[in-house]
Structure formats: structure tokens, C-alpha cells
Design a protein around this ligand. Sequence first.
Ligand SMILES: Nc1nc2c(ncn2[C@@H]2O[C@H](COP(=O)(O)OP(=O)(O)OP(=O)(O)O)[C@@H](O)[C@H]2O)c(=O)[nH]1
Ligand SMILES: [Mg+2]
Length: 190
Amino acid sequence: MIDFKKAKFVLSSASLEGCPKDGKKEIVLLGRSNVGKSTLVNALLGQGLAYSSKTAGKTKTLNYFLVDGSFYLVDAPGYGYTAYGTGLDKMFASMMEDYFKSGRASGALLLLDSRRKLSDDDRAMLSLLQEDGVPFAIVFTKSDRAKQSEKALALKQLGETGAREVIFSPPKQGPTALRALVASFLKEQE
Ligand SMILES: Nc1nc2c(ncn2[C@@H]2O[C@H](COP(=O)(O)OP(=O)(O)OP(=O)(O)O)[C@@H](O)[C@H]2O)c(=O)[nH]1
Ligand SMILES: [Mg+2]
């Protein structure tokens, strides 16, 4: 059993070179800016280690959290945030492409807003995950703010993605299902 609450922040890096080199497995959180990645990291870890903000573009680096001394949860910057012009998104795209090519990710959680249509960037990220064969699950965030009809629509637009599982967050039963999902990605790669 992984003790998710036994977690610590390890490092931030804006490039692959600065990422940990100890070969521990990694689960990465992906999604547009402000979708709730850092918030989900904190929910998984049961503590406020990752910085979340009302303002989009808060996370600007790959942030590594070591969980129970055994694997890394990686909080990534969001895409689709244009306040810096397209430069940031280009940087994000090349950094994440490098990241996937490196084969570092044992699994990914792709976060989508329960109330919004899939953006072109969301679709591009789905394609990237599929092409690179990274096992992934979809987490629909902000479901506490979504109407039933919006949730139904969110599911409908997914189609065939090859996602392992689709979870609405925050889940009613707390982080248990999300933790089990992360554990299943790690187990598979043993
Ligand atoms: N109601 C509600 N608000 C949420 C949820 N998840 C995140 N938020 C809020 O959404 C805002 C953005 O959350 P973050 O976790 O910072 O988003 P992020 O994806 O890390 O954003 P970037 O770092 O900019 O890429 C914050 O104000 C959170 O409190 C949720 O499930 N429900
Ligand atoms: Mg963030």
C-alpha cells in the first residue's frame, strides 16, 4: 500500500535535464491551465504541497513530488494559457514532447473541465498520449460546479480515447479512487 500522505516536494525543472535521474517511476498530471492539476496533486497527497491559484498560468515548471519514497507525482504547467503570447505554449509543447519521448511517464492523468468543450489543445494532448502509448486516464475536474447535463456532454465528447478510466473530480468518496488509479499505473510497470 502506498502512503500518499508521506510526500515531499523534491524539485522544479523547466527542462528534462533538470529532472530526477534516479529512475523512479513518474505519474504526470496534464491539462489546460487552471483546470485544477495542482489542486488534484494536493487532493492525492492529502496536503497543500502544490501551489494552486485562481489565476491561470500558476505552474510554470515540471514539479516533482516524491510519494512514500517510491514514485514521483509530477505537476506540469498547463497549456492554452496565452497571457504570455504563444511563446509559453510553444515552450510547453516542446518540453512535453521531450518528456514523453524520454519514456519517463508510467502513466498520466489528463484533466478536463467538466463544464467545457474539449479544446484543440486537449485533442492534441490526447493524440500525443495515444501516439506515445502512455497509459492514461481522464479526470473531469470541477464536477462540483457542473450540471448533470454538462457532465453528460463532457462524457459524450470523449468518444474512443483509449483512456483507462474516466473519473469525475472531486470524487464523492474522496481521493480513494484516484489513488487506486495511480497505484494501478505503477503496478502495471513493475
Ligand atoms: N470548484 C472547484 N474548483 C476547483 C477544482 N479544482 C481546482 N479548482 C480551482 O481552480 C483554480 C485553478 O486550480 P489549479 O489547481 O491552480 O489549476 P492548474 O491546472 O494547476 O493551473 P496551472 O498551474 O495554471 O496550469 C483554483 O482556484 C482552484 O481552487 C474543483 O474540482 N472544483
Ligand atoms: Mg498548477
